[in-house]
Write a protein that binds this ligand. Structure first.
Ligand code: SAM
Length: 290
């Protein structure tokens, strides 16, 4: 009788998310020393995890894609909300442990772990509608663009990224931080920043600030071939961001600044403008005018 009562009490008070002591124990168990190369900063604060899950608007029953689950901090928060999770982790030791952690701390939940590089996956065991991730900071933009390109099922998401990357992703034309990632991200939908996250919630403490960034997918403004052509123009324009478009796009448009001026005028874009003033729709019109 007593044993039963204690077991029930334990189940009620047992932590279902990872705090500092669980993170320490797991890292010790796996003999993991977080590496900078893989952007391994693990969240050890349950409030931050619940805030991310809530900001993302995760619904019970839906399928969420998580990139870089690490020791499982955010994964457990997603599972707690009743979502099924597909988690892509490049580090084999972390990927192998994750199903065990989930089975112990969130029994009965649905988790599929894919051990792979998120920049290379082109197939997933399911069609996730939402992306929720604390991304590895050194590759967050290419990972995001790769996922949006390959997984049409993703309709929205919240990701944690380095602050300056987050502000850039959500920037509007004319802003100082508007750049190639802002234009490319805008191809896929609407982006917003969704709050800052303290450095103190990570182990180890990173030397950069973090923000949450959200997106809602919109219909692509053009075809896949047009996207490729548009992104090439975006890269050319921002490689020489101080130059006027008739110069920065001279080579990309195939005939120096005279040819570029003609194409830009056909597209209804001022040849003396700079890339930082153009929306994704402007870049697409230039691609179509070639
Ligand atoms: N989600 C965990 C958390 O919030 O504590 C860990 C986040 S940590 C910032 C980034 C994670 O991404 C690490 O677990 C790292 O091993 C993983 N990672 C790094 N590069 C990756 C890649 N190319 N593909 C998949 N996972 C990657």
């Amino acid at each position: 009788m007593n044993a039963h009562r204690h077991a029930a009490e334990d189940a009620a008070t047992e932590p279902r998310l990872l705090g500092p002591s669980e993170i320490r124990d797991l890292a010790q168990l796996l003999d993991v020393t977080p590496t900078k190369k893989l952007g391994q900063n693990f969240v050890h604060d349950a409030n931050t995890v619940r805030r991310i899950v809530q900001t993302a608007g995760v619904q019970a029953g839906e399928t969420v894609l998580e990139i870089g689950p690490g020791l499982g901090s955010l994964t457990l928060g997603l599972l707690e909300s009743g979502a099924s999770v597909i988690a892509v982790e490049i580090d084999k030791r972390l990927a192998a442990q994750l199903p065990h952690t989930a089975a112990i701390m969130q029994p009965g939940t649905v988790l599929t772990v894919v051990t792979d590089d998120a920049m290379r996956v082109t197939e997933l065991p399911g069609a996730p509608e939402r992306l929720v991730a604390n991304l590895p900071y050194n590759v967050s933009v290419p990972v995001l663009l790769h996922l949006l390109e390959h997984f049409d099922s993703l309709q929205s998401g919240i990701v944690m990224v380095q602050a300056e990357v987050g502000y850039r992703l959500a920037a509007e034309p004319g802003s100082k931080v508007y750049g190639a990632p802002s234009v490319k991200a805008a191809w896929y939908g609407d982006w917003r920043t969704a709050g800052q996250v303290s450095r103190m919630v990570f182990w180890p403490v990173p030397n950069v600030d973090s923000v949450l960034v959200g997106f809602e997918r919109a219909d692509a403004p053009g075809t896949e071939a047009e996207r490729v052509a548009t992104f090439a123009l975006v890269d050319a324009a921002f490689q020489q961001r101080r130059k006027m478009l008739r110069q920065s796009l001279g080579t990309a448009l195939g005939g120096g600044s005279a040819q570029a001026t003609t194409v830009l005028e056909t597209a209804g874009v001022d040849p003396q403008a700079r890339g930082e003033q153009l929306t994704v729709a402007d870049f697409l019109r230039i691609a179509r005018a070639v």
